[in-house]
Write a protein that binds this ligand. Structure first.
Ligand code: NAD
Length: 337
């Protein structure tokens, strides 16, 4: 039996997480779900966006399956709970695979990129403040450490080797941010030398965006600091059909959290419109993490069948299907072999 802290989250979270749990349970893996709360809903209900009970559950299970959480934009809200969880449990590697789907028509049909994003440092380290009482000058500090850079870059190369990938590209801005990005790039060059079987490439982040849009095939595994990875992974989502399709794993040395790349999508919440694919695929990543590879493959095959068939899919994939979140979840359960 595997124990998992289940956080359904805000906005579209509960509806897509219900479908994901249904699919994972039907795939035959033995998961004991322990429901816990976080995010805006938890804040409104319990007065804190991250109740102690949620932390106690994650402390125990060390594996969480999480729906998206709403973070209020700007200075008036609480700090991102996603960032807080990643930092507290040192979930240093954020792995976000984006692969073309045969049934989803986009500009390219051969995209296969895995973004490996440093998840605990960089500009998202949480070191932000105003410099004046009038609050008219603000400062954010980016923190890049040798240790943090080594572990994420080594993770990217190991990931490439273990998953039969050929190339790792580091995307950076070391021409301008000479110390923080320079350190990250130096470490990438050092670690690349230890993996002669994996091709190494380096690209400045702005040019990398242009290359990725014009010729995504040249990218395989991409490693970068926190904010660049956050942005690049939405770009890769756009290349393969949108945010509803991209899962993410947040991996630490003794804890892991699985979620979609997308957010709580308040614009479509409560309307049975959200695509559950991303969280279901995140569930498959969690099954692989547990070593439940057969159940994981069963889930992936069923999702591929439904998405590529395009009949019982949400409107972001087929506006004429008439299906919603729940119908798509049901179709995926029926497609399990
Ligand atoms: P978003 O990802 O929620 O939505 C962006 C666009 O993509 C919207 O038009 C939305 O309708 C669409 N979309 C997203 N997921 C979809 C799905 N499953 N199916 C179909 N369409 C989908 O980004 P946002 O609007 O910038 O952010 C909303 C909130 O989510 C913010 O509070 C933000 O902080 C939060 N957020 C949370 C996470 C997380 O919990 N990991 C990640 C990103 C954003």
């Amino acid at each position: 039996m595997h124990y998992v802290t289940l956080i359904k989250g805000d906005g579209i979270g509960p509806s897509i997480m219900d479908e994901a749990v249904k699919v994972i349970d039907a795939a035959g893996a033995k998961i004991q779900w322990e429901e816990a709360h976080a995010g805006l809903g938890a804040y409104e209900k319990f007065g804190t966006p991250l109740p102690d009970e949620t932390m106690a559950s994650f402390d125990k299970t060390r594996v969480a399956f999480k729906g998206p959480l709403t973070t209020i934009v700007g200075g008036s809200g609480f700090r991102s709970i996603n960032v807080a969880l990643r930092q507290k449990y040192e979930l240093y590697a954020n792995v976000r695979p984006a692969k073309s789907w045969a049934g989803v028509k986009t500009r390219y049909d051969d995209v296969d990129i895995v973004i490996v994003r440093e998840n605990t440092e960089g500009l998202y380290a949480g070191l932000e403040h105003f410099l004046t009482p009038k609050k008219d000058i603000a400062e954010s500090l980016a923190v890049v450490t040798r240790t943090g850079s080594e572990r994420i870059i080594d993770y990217a190369f190991k990931y490439a080797r273990e998953n039969n990938r050929k190339k790792v590209t580091v995307c950076h801005k070391a021409n301008i941010l000479k110390y923080t990005q320079g350190l990250f790039l130096d470490v990438a060059r050092e670690i690349a030398a230890r993996y002669p079987d994996i091709q190494f490439d380096e690209k400045i982040i702005d040019a990398a965006c242009m290359h990725m849009v014009m010729n995504p095939k040249q990218f395989d595994v991409v490693v970068c600091t926190n904010m660049f990875g956050d942005i690049l992974s939405d770009l890769t989502a756009g290349l393969v059909g949108g945010l509803g399709l991209i899962p993410g794993a947040n991996i630490g040395s003794d804890a892991a959290l699985f979620e979609a790349v997308h957010g709580s999508a308040p614009d479509i919440a409560g309307k049975n419109l959200a695509n559950p694919t991303a969280v279901i695929m995140a569930g498959a990543m969690m099954l692989n993490h547990f070593g439940e590879t057969e159940a994981a493959q069963r889930v992936v095959r069923a999702v591929e069948k439904v998405v590529n068939d395009g009949t019982h899919v949400t409107p972001d994939l087929n506006s004429n299907s008439g299906a919603g979140t729940k119908e798509m979840g049901d179709a995926i359960v029926s497609a399990l072999e």
